[in-house]
Every structure is written in structure tokens, then in C-alpha cells.
Write a protein that binds this ligand. Sequence first.
Ligand SMILES: [Zn+2]
Length: 646
Amino acid sequence: MIGGIKVEKATIRANVNDRFWKRYIDVVRNEVVPYQWEALNDRIPDAEPSHAIKNFRIAAGESDGEFYGMVFQDSDVAKWLEAVAYLLEEKRDSELEALADDVIELLGRAQQPDGYLNTYYTVKEPGKRWTNLRDNHELYCAGHLIEAAVAYFQATGKRRFLDIMCKYADYIGTVFGRGEGQIPGYDGHQEIELALLKLYEATGNENYLKLSQYFIDQRGQQPHYFDQEKEARGETKPFWYDGGYRYHQAHIPVREQKQAVGHAVRALYMYTAMAGLAAKTGDESLKQACQTLWENVTKRQMYITGGVGSSAFGESFTFDFDLPNDTVYAETCASIALVFWARRMLELEMDGKYADVMERALYNGTISGMDLDGKRFFYVNSLEVWPKACERHDKRHVKPVRQKWFSCACCPPNLARLIASIGHYIYSQTSDALFVHLYVGSNIQTEIGGRSVEIVQETNYPWDGTVRLTVSAESAQEFTLGLRIPGWCRGAEVTINGENVDIAPLTKKGYAYIRRVWRQGDEMVLHFSMPVERIKAHPQVRVNAGKVALQRGPIVYCLEEVDNGPNLANLFLPRDAQLEAHFEPDLLEGVVVITGTAERVDESAWNDELYRPIEPRTYQVPFRAIPYYAWCNRGEGEMTVWVNEK
Ligand SMILES: [Zn+2]
């Protein structure tokens, strides 16, 4: 239990009524969350059972049977509960809330008297708790449950779930540490660190902050805990990935890490916690490590879509500029984690480069993980697909079409909780400033200097770069509005009550700081020019040499076979091609498409030869590019983001 509770809001939340994001939230509410509930209860015919709820019933002594599923099966229930919490925050729904309350009571009954709560070890390997931190995700599951409990408390004001998880966290705090009789370890899959930080923010209990710090500081120290643990288990084989612990970012202490390595989701969850901790504690060396890693990831190891982790082996980072488009991994969860990290970096330092990456991942590499109606999911987000080639052994991980439900169900519920919580990413606030990071139709009510302020955002973003912000202050009030000027934008204009404001001298690190006495009904209109941009990759990205990608505003485009015919590799975009953008309301739930004239090489000139000396003949073809996130909603076919340039 927690005493002296002090409730702090981790973020300020806007109510989203945006055409683009509200549709996604409704898909999560009406499709994804109900479907996941059925899956968690093994009621989906033809799908592998999840057993996740059943595992809790068995752990609670209310059902017979054996544990079934992954060691981290509990986390599926946690992510479902977290998504439900954000949905309830958006709109109270007594039926959904009652369902969640029942699950929370079940968790309470499955909790052991000392606070421990994990169905795998309770049911399958009792007595073996904390014996394989490297592989078995115990603290990872705890972290997801904690995140869910914090979200549920903030959404509903109900303490039950939070109390259950505080009891568990308090117990974890007695088990782990450098003290006598404590385990000097940390989890193989980072997650507990960022979760404890949220628990600290929700409760004000500094023990949780310190425990999070401990897990971060202890990681990678010598003697290496994973070696000690392995020895205690009687294992002799070196770890499969590289023999060491780069996979878990535990090869060296975190402050010495200069390059993102290993499993991408683990890495980014850890960086998220590091950034949050550095912001809370003012830890300068941790801040520097975050900044170094940020530069490495976003300038050397990130896809144009905000995808990260270029290798299927270990679902991992590789090395600088190694960004293959077809054998890519770019797990949906990794892009989601990039959003979490960017959000925390903004707490550390107000710099538009973080929000730019957050926006890039949000509008491209995260939502590409789900089809438009929320029924099917990609784990791997490829930038180039030739369906036939997915039969190759080294491309088996790349699916040509989204899949229903996987036995390892990490990505779909992760995406559900991100989309349902999009309102948390739009604004942040300091004592006398309000920052706008994302342009999303929404309204927010907050207090600045003790007085209430409401801001209404109206926009047709990401299709149109015009945003109207209406400020309603309780009374005339002076404060700063920090407006993010998107990094992709080369022409931004701002008017206040119809008068132009020269933002150039007011802009610092991607934000225009507008300080004034705001009065009731002040209206600001932002214009971000949104031409079609031809984007080139750094010349070191070998696979993209001679190629170009199309981007408009925050949206990255791709070409699909259904619009452009097969063999997209034989399509060339002339440098002087006229590129037109227009909105198609009936296509893919309404998207701006890019059209123009491209060229193809005449394949018939080859007859049946494989190689020949020839000056290829080309002919002109119309082409159409659609937003990358919306690809594969019209059946199976080829897709490419990077197009040959001529
Ligand atoms: Zn995933």
C-alpha cells in the first residue's frame, strides 16, 4: 500500500476529435479491443489460443489446467487493460469498465500473499521465481501491469488496480538491489524501468523512482549478473545472439553506450526510461547518453517511416546506414517505442527534432502495423515487398499481407494502447508555457498560473497544413504558446486574430515561442506549406542509391502494384516529373494521393534472354502513390517506398 499519495499528472491529455485519429480510436474501441478480449479468452475460432485469462484463473486457484503460452503471456492482458483505460478516459463506458474491473479483481485473486503476480511462475514453475531474468520476462510483465494500473487509475480514479501493483512493486523493491540478500539483477527485456517511473509520477512515492534508477544503473555492470545467474542455473552455453549481452543492451553500463545495438524494442524501452529518469533527476550523464543514442538511432539507423531494427535476427539494430528495405524487421512495437522515447526526450529538452521523429513514427511506421479496419496486423513493416520473395527462407519474417492474431501477440495490443492514448502526445506544459507538439483536431483544458485555459485545435492534418487554434482563457492572461514548426516544413506562416506574426525571430530549436496576453477567443491560424517532396537517403545508405521517396507533410508515400502494375523495380521517376497531390475521399478512408508520369523499361526487348547488351527502350506510364501506412488494404501485391530515379 502507499501512504501520503501525491497525484501528479504525467502528461496533459487532449480530447481528440480529429478526422484522422478519431477514426483510428473508434477502430480500436469497436474492433481491436473487443477482438482482443475474445482472443484473450480463447474464443476466436481458427486462431491459436491465448490462454492469458485462463492462466490468471489457474493462478488464482479457480480453474484446473496448466499454464499455456509465452512466458510473457500476462503482458497481453496488461496491454489490453491499458488500452481499455485510455478508451475509458476518452469516453466512459460502464460495460467496458465493468469488464475491466472483473479482470482487475481476477488479478487481485491471482496475486500471491507477498505481492508477487506472474502466472507462469505461480502455475508452471513455483519456487523458481527470479531464476532466469535474462530470458523469462518476469519484470517485463510486471512493468506492463504497472503501466496499465497507472493508466486505469488516471482514467477512472479507481485505486484497486494501482494498489495491487504498488504491492507488487513494493515487493520487487525488497527483492532487487545491491543490499545484503538482494538480487543484484535486472530484466532481460526492459520495461519495468519506464513503468516504475510512471508509477512514481502517479503516486509520488520516491521508492519507485529509486528502483527504476537502480535497474538502469545496475545494467551491464561487472561481475555480470546474467553470467552469475546462468552459472546458478548450471548453464554453460554462451548466449545465442552474440555470446555476450548486446541483445539486451547489457553488454556495458548504459552511460557508456554510444550506439543502439541488440533487440530494438528492448533498447527503446530502456532509452525511454533513461530519458524520463534524466528529466526527473537532472542526471547529466544519463541525459548525455540519451542524446548520443538519439543521434545514432535517428541519423544512422532509422527508416524514413520511423521503423527501427533492420535485422530479423534478434529483431535488432545492426550498424550505421544498414537499412535494407526488403529484409528489414522494423517491428511495429519498435516504432511505438520510438514514440515513447521521443515523448520523454521532449521532457528532457524542448527540441522539435524529437517531435519530428515522434510524428514520423506516428503517421507512418506505427499505424502501418494495422489494416484500416483493425482486423489484421503487421509485425514486420517492410519498405519493399515482392510477395513471391517472401517464400525465401531469409524473408519468411516478411509477410506479404497482414496477419490475424499471432501466438506472440505483442504488436496489436501495443498499437491499440498507443492509438487510444494519442491525446497524451499532443501537448506538454511547463509552469507558464504550453507546447503544441502535434497538430491534431482536439481540445484541451488546463490551468496556467492557476487559471483555466482551453485550446481548441481544428485541422485537416495530415492532408492539409492549415491549423486553427482558438484560445479561451478564463480571463486575459499572459503565457507562452510554443508552436512546433515541423522539420519537414519550409514555409510556415502564423497569424493571430488575422494579423501576420513574424515567427523567424521567435523560433528556437523547432518551436516558435509566442508570448502575449491571451484574451478570450484569440484565434491563431498556422499555415504549413505541404508540397510533395522528393526525399533522398544519405549516400551511405547503399540500398537507396539512385532512388527517391515521396513525402508530403508528415506522410511517407509508397507505390503499390494495384495502382502501378507488377515489377515496381522497373519503374523510374524522371527528375523533372510533375507531381500532383489531391485528396481522394473514397480511397482508403480518404487519403491524399500523389500522381504523375513515370517511365518503364520495355521488357519485351529482352525476348527470353536473361542478360544482353542493350540501351533500354522506355515508355511512359501514369503512376499513383498512396500513404505508406495504408498499403496492403486492397489485397496482396508488390509495394515499394523507394523508387528508382531517372
Ligand atoms: Zn511487437
